[in-house]
Write a new protein. Structure first.
Length: 276
């Protein structure tokens, strides 16, 4: 159970001081879903910058530079890949052609090792299951709706992904894991977090809860692109059945399949914590 968070200041109206406080407030609030590692990504001089450490968010200082237009962040609860090796932590760097980008993931991917063999993807020191998403996108040699759809339909498990490219385009890929996305039109600002509770907590700390906002709906199977001008475009992928990895254990939960499907994210990640 991890958390995604971030923002897009597409009009450049919100002061840098407020945006830095917003970044730290989102990260701190996101600790409710993970404290093993924390990280953010942003663009500086046309290049991806990733700052991440195997520490809880409140023990770090997230200070994106002045005039940063977008920040993509993550707090981690480790399930696969020792967080003490910082390369296992989010966000991850990816490259397709001349476009570099960063990716973060909330959830668990079950078939990463199988996909790496089947697709003949490069061997990597990164042990985290999430990294297979980077490799699948890179294998398509482009970052767009088609490559994101390809990746989303190959992986099995629970997920929501966020990606930020070097042109300050933000992508959100909504799987079965939660996502809350708000648009403050009067401020030219989008803010997102994995849950509404994280969002409310962070906005209250900054004072942005006093401003009107619109919730942007994101259903399972949606791919949302927010470009550097604040324009939203959408595409979709076909979600895989979320219960497939429990079907072999039907003898255990019997008629409770619907319950387990609904709460798959929590159940699986808690099971990993206890070594199952």
């Amino acid at each position: 159970m991890c958390s995604l968070f971030g923002w897009m200041n597409y009009q450049g109206v919100v002061p840098n001081k407020v945006l830095r406080k917003l970044t730290q407030s989102l990260a701190n609030a996101a600790e409710e879903r993970g404290t093993d590692a924390s990280g953010i990504s942003y663009i500086k001089d046309g290049q991806i910058v990733i700052f991440k450490r195997p520490k809880a968010a409140h023990r770090l200082h997230f200070n994106p530079p002045d005039d940063t237009r977008a920040v993509m962040g993550h707090t981690r609860l480790t399930t696969q890949g020792n967080e003490k090796y910082n390369y296992n932590n989010h966000p991850f760097l990816g490259t397709t052609g001349d476009i570099s980008w960063s990716l973060a993931h909330n959830g668990i991917i079950y078939n990463d090792k199988e996909l790496r063999k089947e697709k003949k993807l490069p061997v990597s020191d990164i042990e985290t299951d999430s990294y297979i998403a980077v490799q699948l996108i890179e294998s398509q040699h482009k970052l767009d709706f088609d490559s994101l759809r390809y990746m989303s339909e190959q992986v099995q498990g629970s997920f929501t992904f966020s990606l930020l490219d070097k042109n300050n385009n933000l992508y959100l890929v909504k799987g079965s894991n939660p996502l809350c996305l708000l648009h403050f039109e009067s401020l030219g600002l989008y803010v997102y977090a994995s849950t509404e509770s994280i969002m409310k907590n962070a906005l209250k700390r900054v004072g942005l809860h006093k401003f009107a906002s619109e919730r942007i709906e994101a259903a399972e199977g949606d791919i949302i692109k927010i470009d550097s001008y604040g324009n939203i475009t959408r595409s979709q992928f076909t979600p895989a059945p979320t219960y497939s990895h429990f079907s072999r254990c039907k003898w255990w939960y019997g008629d409770y399949e619907d319950y387990f499907t609904t709460y798959e994210e929590t159940l699986v990640e808690m099971a990993h914590l206890f070594g199952a």
